[in-house]
Each structure stands twice: as structure tokens, then as C-alpha cells.
Design a protein around this ligand. Structure first.
Ligand code: C2O
Ligand code: CU
Length: 466
């Protein structure tokens, strides 16, 4: 338990001099990096034929009950750049909490524009959901308080302000939120330095290494991969089993992860926590906002060898694991990982079409319109459909869901779409059916495309659980 983030001793901060930062969102050097270790700018030799060379950044744990969004300067490896960051860290500090805890985080907005914090995947009451209606003004603050009512999983937090989400995330505002529980503890999964949260995204930089965001309405795709905000990263590992907690934190890019050695990943979980049992998968296509829980076994790799995490869609090397230390690791993964209650017997079906790049069911999001109401506690079938302009990673707030089928397009479900999900990828001409039940809170929640440029353009709907 991370007692410090649970402290009720929170100071709501008022004006913090946002005006002093100047009118631009980004002002180089205005705030020094707070949470990021300085790394050598000298690339070291990578594995054969690779150009990796910068130590993978590992965000600190959130050890205070306070989170501040502000301009900062961070080191991407080859160069430092002005960014927007939570507590000066890109990605933001990793929040850890346990099921049954109550979390209270005092947020301060030191940006020059409104923002909110949304706890993606966390089932929280509406006032803590970071809805764009609940914008925190520049210089203002807000305390996000909620109990942890769900099973162990890796979620994440990011801004969700009206029409400004894509830009704020692209400039660096996002962090991991890990929930643990006793069921997961019992599996003895790799932990400590053998559990690596990996926020994978893309980016662009100018000649000086300054982070740029160049949106297009089709969805942003940058030319440079980043893992935990590090370009061309490597991480030293032992001859042991590692647990990778992976988030697609890109605005618009879908990745297809694979290991350069051709070895399979052991898939153990996804958005909503552990699957019922592990599966071996060679490559995994995952969209914006989706998470993966993977085991990778370095026990057979000699010291001095390396294994590359790659993206098959672009051919990018994402992260090099350098096997640096021989240890004895006898970890054996239990066969049964978790128990999942399957939703059945939906009482009604709702259809949602993801049209063009800005509409759901023909409508552009309106902040004050309630698009539909959902009765509390009932299983419903929701059918997501698109003709084109995909990928549309469809995300629902307020509950996790279970994916039932995919027709058209890829025409099948994948092992990483089993169990509990909160985001599911729609490619062109696909229809995906899910079952969902809102059985924790009544209130206002969102359904939207998690390609952030589509979301900001209006591919989002308000609904109310009644
Ligand atoms: Cu990750 Cu509504 O967002
Ligand atoms: Cu979309």
C-alpha cells in the first residue's frame, strides 16, 4: 500500500503563477525538470546492428498526494526539450494503489489552459472522472477522490479537457496507474525491478531535439518512437522472467508488438487485469489507450545478449533488453490466473456508428447534450461499427466490458481481447459487439474514440447511468 497518496492531508492549491509562464503553452526552460534523472548524452554500443543507446526512463512512484501539470524540461536521451508534464516527469509518476484503498490526489493546473485528469480504466464516481465539463482553470486546483473498487490491473491517467486533450497528451501529460490486490499477489508475479511499466508512443522532434506536435484530422502519427519518454532506449535485465505492463499511449498510432528474436510473449492480462489463463502470442496489435500485461523470459539468453521489442507495423525498434546479469530464477507461472464472471443475457442492444473522423451516430460531441441514458445494473449489448477512417479505438468510461465478437475487417477476436476491457480497436469495416453493465455508480460518463484527434473533433458522446 502506498500510504502517502492516501493521505487526507491535502492542500488545495490556488493561484500558482501560471501567468508567469508566458502566453505560450510551452516556454523553454521555464520550469526545470523535477523528476527525471539526467542521463548521459553519449550513446553506448547497442546490440548487433541497432542504434539504441539511452537508458530507459522509469518514472518515480507518486509518493505525495499531489499532482501538478506544468511546463517542464525533460531529457529524451539525445537532447532535452520543453514539454508539459505531471510533477516534472514524462511519463508522469506511476500511481500505485490497492483494491479497497481510498485515493485522494490534489491536482494543480499550472498550464496556461484548462485541463482535467481522467483516470482511464478506473471506475470512479462522476465528479472524479475528469469529464470535460469539470475543467480545472489555469492556476486552479481540484481534488480527485475515489475508492479503488476494481481488481488488479494497469490503468493510466491523462488530460480530458474539451477539444484540448490531443495536444496536452502529445506534449507529455500521461502516467501509469497500477492497482494491486490479494488475488494477484498470490501468483507471485515478477515485481520490483522485474516489473516494467512501458508507455509506448510516437513523437516528432525538430533539429534541436525539441518535441513537436503536428496534428492532422486523420490522427497524429509521429516519426519517432518513445518508450517512457526515452528515444532509442535500452534497459539492462537479468536472466529472469520479466513482467511488462504496456500502454499504447500514442495519440493515433496502432502498434503491432513483437520480439526481435521471434520468441512469443506470454500474455497474462490486458485493460481490466489478469486473463483466466496465459496464452503465448507472437505479435499483438493494440490501439490507443489499450494495455497489455506480458511476461518475457530472458532465462535462455546469454549474458551480453539482447532482445529487441519491435513494432511490426513500422519496423521500429522500440526497446532493447540487454541481458547484463546472470541470476537463478525458478519462477513458474500458475496455470489458472484469475476468475472472470462472464456477462450474459443482455436486456437490450444499442448501436453506435463511428462516422468519418468526428461523429458518433451522425453527431458531433456537445458538452451539454446527454446522448443517451443507461439503466444501472443491467447487462447491455453495445455494437460498435465503422465504415472507414479507422483505426477507431473505442473507449467507455464508468465500467469495464467484455468483447463478444468482431465481424467484417479482421473478422475475429484476439487473445488480448478476452477478459475485461475498456478500450477495443475498430479497424475499417468492422463491427464489434461488447457486453457491458454499469453496476458501480450512477452519473455522467463518456463513450468515445481514443484516437485523440478524433475525440477532440467530436467523436465522443455523453451518457448518463440512471
Ligand atoms: Cu483515456 Cu475518455 O479517455
Ligand atoms: Cu476515431
Amino acid at each position: 500500500m502506498n500510504a502517502t497518496i492516501l493521505s487526507p492531508n491535502l492542500t488545495r492549491r490556488g493561484f500558482l503563477g501560471a501567468g508567469a509562464l508566458g502566453s505560450g503553452l510551452l516556454l523553454a526552460g521555464s520550469i526545470p525538470a523535477l523528476g527525471r534523472a539526467t542521463v548521459s548524452a553519449q550513446p553506448t554500443a547497442g546490440g548487433a546492428g541497432t542504434a539504441t543507446g539511452y537508458p530507459l526512463y522509469l518514472p518515480p512512484a507518486l509518493t505525495t498526494a499531489a499532482l501538478t501539470a506544468a511546463a517542464a524540461t525533460v531529457d529524451f536521451g539525445p537532447a532535452t526539450s520543453p514539454v508539459l508534464a505531471y510533477n516534472g516527469s514524462l511519463p508522469g509518476p506511476t500511481v500505485r494503489a490497492r483494491r479497497g484503498d481510498s485515493v485522494s490526489i490534489a491536482f494543480t493546473n499550472r498550464l496556461t489552459e484548462p485541463t482535467t485528469v481522467h483516470w482511464h480504466g478506473m471506475v470512479v464516481p462522476t465528479p472524479a472522472d475528469g469529464n470535460p465539463r469539470d475543467a480545472v482553470a489555469p492556476g486552479g486546483g481540484y481534488t480527485y477522490a475515489f475508492p479503488i473498487v476494481q481488481r488488479a490491473c494497469m490503468n493510466w491517467y491523462h488530460p480530458h479537457p474539451h477539444m484540448l486533450t490531443a495536444e496536452q497528451v502529445a506534449y507529455g501529460l500521461a502516467g501509469a496507474f497500477i492497482v494491486n490486490d490479494a488475488d494477484e499477489d498470490a501468483l507471485g508475479l515478477p515485481s520490483g525491478s522485474r516489473e516494467l511499466p512501458l508507455v509506448i508512443r510516437d513523437a516528432d522532434f525538430d533539429r534541436n531535439g525539441t518535441l513537436l506536435y503536428k496534428p492532422t484530422s486523420t490522427g497524429y502519427e509521429g516519426k519517432v518512437p518513445l518508450v517512457n519518454g526515452t528515444r532509442a532506449p535500452y534497459v539492462n535485465v537479468q536472466t529472469a522472467v520479466y513482467r511488462l505492463r504496456v500502454l499504447n499511449g500514442a495519440n493515433g498510432r496502432v502498434f503491432r508488438l513483437a520480439l526481435g528474436t521471434g520468441a512469443a510473449f506470454t500474455l497474462i492480462g490486458n485493460d481490466g487485469g489478469l486473463l483466466e489463463r496465459a496464452t503465448q502470442v507472437g505479435s499483438i496489435e493494440f490501439g490507443n489507450g489499450e494495455r497489455l500485461d506480458l511476461l518475457v523470459d530472458f532465462r535462455g539468453v546469454p549474458v551480453g545478449g539482447s532482445v529487441m521489442l519491435t513494432d511490426l507495423n513500422t519496423g521500429w525498434d522500440l526497446l532493447e533488453f540487454r541481458v547484463a546479469t546472470a541470476v537463478t530464477d525458478t519462477y513458474v507461472l500458475p496455470t489458472a490466473l484469475s476468475t472472470i464472471t462472464h456477462l450474459t443475457n443482455p436486456v437490450r442492444t444499442r448501436d453506435f456508428t463511428f462516422d468519418g473522423m468526428s461523429k458518433i451516430n451522425g453527431q458531433i460531441y456537445s458538452l451539454n447534450r446527454i446522448d443517451f441514458q443507461v439503466p444501472f445494473g443491467q447487462v447491455e449489448r453495445w455494437r460498435f461499427k465503422t465504415g472507414g477512417n479507422a483505426p477507431h479505438p473505442v473507449h467507455v468510461h464508468g465500467a469495464s466490458f467484455q468483447v463478444q465478437s468482431r465481424t467484417g475487417g479482421r473478422g475475429m477476436l484476439f487473445p488480448w481481447e478476452a477478459g475485461w476491457k475498456d478500450t477495443v480497436l475498430l479497424q475499417d469495416r468492422e463491427t464489434v459487439e461488447i457486453l457491458i453493465r454499469f453496476d458501480t455508480y450512477r452519473g455522467l460518463y463518456l463513450l468515445h474514440c481514443h484516437k485523440l484527434e478524433h475525440e477532440d473533433a467530436g467523436m465522443m458522446a455523453n451518457f448518463e447511468v440512471i
